[in-house]
Design a protein around this ligand. Structure first.
Ligand SMILES: [Zn+2]
Length: 142
């Protein structure tokens, strides 16, 4: 699987040319790659690869548009009001408990990112997740 890279200069998350295992718990070497948006150097991120992988799993098993709308609302509110990351994770956890623990791992990943002092990457992840959710919801609706 192509590893995801995070650009700290413009907050873009993109597929790098580097191949690696994205499943949780694996550690990959951080590789540098030019950001396709701003041309600055970005780095492959284990955290972002794992988190996106988990998000992908959650969305693969969740076909309930209403649930995804609730998740979207939590992320958008969090971003709009610049909420604490733990607070956002708590809300995702509560939503997860209501829908068969589908977003358990997602809440945990967000908490983990904060613990590892990767708050800016967590925010970039949230920022990138919002348009992804919007497109999934749109597709479910049609
Ligand atoms: Zn960039």
């Amino acid at each position: 699987m192509k590893l995801l890279a995070y650009c700290p200069h413009c907050d873009k998350i993109f597929q790098s040319t580097f191949i690696g295992d994205m499943s949780p718990g694996t550690t990959v070497k951080e590789c540098n790659e030019k950001c396709p948006r701003c041309g600055e150097m970005a780095q492959t991120s284990n955290y972002i690869s794992n988190t996106m992988y988990i998000a992908g799993q959650a969305f693969h098993t969740t076909s309930d548009a209403e649930t995804l709308k609730n998740l979207l609302q939590i992320l958008q509110d969090g971003q709009k009001h610049n909420q604490d990351i733990d607070q956002i994770a708590d809300k995702i956890q509560i939503l997860s408990d209501k829908v068969d623990y589908k977003f358990d791992d997602l809440a945990e990943c967000i908490r983990q990112g904060k613990k590892e002092n990767k708050a800016e990457i967590v925010w970039a992840f949230i920022k990138n997740l919002i348009p992804l959710l919007l497109s999934i919801i749109k597709n479910l609706g049609s």
